[in-house]
Design a protein around this ligand. Structure first.
Ligand code: ATP
Ligand code: MG
Length: 293
């Protein structure tokens, strides 16, 4: 199976939100990382065919997804970034309703809902109204909805927002098992969500995919660019205005600052082993006060 973006562009008024994206994806997990406003949701909505590109097209095995219509929709599971739950629906009602919309047969749907309730840890909550669920529980209900009919293509827009660390780990396990012979595309701000499970990680900013690499390839790029510098806490306030800092640890009465810099930032700086998070901060250059276009 192959999904292909072919010169996909989208404007809102005169603002260019996607600037001609071309890429090809096969089976596996694709992580879409990027700061607020990068264009992730716009790209995802186009892939889910709920938004039409201004220019270009998306192809499934060489066929235009929009022209495929229902045939394409039957292949995808989609979790939007913002889902609002309303009214008296219980979690179970919501999943049954979603299953009906997907054309699933009743007994099959019931079995799958029961199974998925365990997978996402909502087995004791399905008879409660979902409007009263916590944010993380609503997110998990949305993930179950997207997985209902075992879609070949799973599209998740910030699936882990609001999940606690335990649920995050569970989510990662579900996704990596699921993606064995399917395609999962997920957007996130949390580097660790995709660091160890993504086949490829796309870094997006200003409507452009800046890089598509594996986690190891990003980390290799950072060789020799990550440093640990000790300084007193008072100095840190000023220092953080001039350096890209990826972490700060209080240690034995001083601060140990993790700095990203192509050259040695201080005489006593010591090199550190890079992580994907360092690469993210480096690529998006998280300097405080950096101008955002
Ligand atoms: N319906 C719309 N009308 C006008 N502008 C929009 C619309 N939807 C998105 N935009 C703009 O397009 C840009 C990209 O938005 P998008 O939601 O795709 O970003 P994102 O990467 O998903 O951000 P976030 O991480 O905050 O979810 C932003 O500048 C946003 O303001
Ligand atoms: Mg978004």
């Amino acid at each position: 199976m192959e999904l292909q973006f072919e010169q996909v562009a989208k404007n809102y008024k005169d603002k260019k939100v996607l600037k001609g994206i071309s890429l090809t994806m096969g089976t596996g997990v694709y992580g879409l990382l990027g700061p607020n406003g990068a264009g992730k949701t716009t790209m995802i909505r186009i892939l889910a065919d709920v938004l039409r590109p201004g220019k270009g097209r998306v192809l499934y095995n060489g066929r235009d997804i929009h022209a495929m219509g229902d045939e394409y929709r039957a292949k995808i599971g989609y979790l939007p970034q913002d889902v609002s739950f309303y009214g008296d629906f219980t979690g179970k009602d919501y999943l049954e309703y979603s299953a009906a919309l997907k054309g699933m047969e009743n007994s099959m749907a019931r079995k799958r809902i029961e199974e998925l309730a365990y997978v996402v840890g909502l087995q004791n909550d399905l008879n409660r109204k979902c409007a009263a669920y916590s944010g993380g529980m609503q997110r998990r209900l949305g993930i179950a909805q997207a997985l209902l009919d075992n879609p070949e293509i799973l599209i998740l827009d910030e699936p882990t927002s609001g999940l606690d660390p335990y649920e995050r780990i569970k989510f990662r396990n579900i996704i990596s098992a699921y993606a064995k012979d399917r395609l999962v595309l997920l957007s996130t701000h949390i580097v660790s969500d995709v660091e160890h499970i993504a086949t490829q990680i796309m870094m997006m900013e200003y409507g452009v995919i800046q890089y598509t690499l594996t986690s190891a390839e990003y980390i290799k790029k950072m060789d020799g660019c990550v440093w640990l510098v000790k300084m007193p806490a008072q100095q840190l306030v000023e220092y953080q205005n001039q350096a890209v800092i990826s972490n700060v640890i209080a240690k034995d009465g001083h601060m140990e600052v993790r700095v990203i810099d192509e050259s040695k930032p201080a005489r006593e700086a010591v090199q550190a082993v890079p992580t994907l998070e360092d690469a993210y901060l480096y690529i998006f250059n998280y300097l405080p006060g950096k101008e955002r276009r």
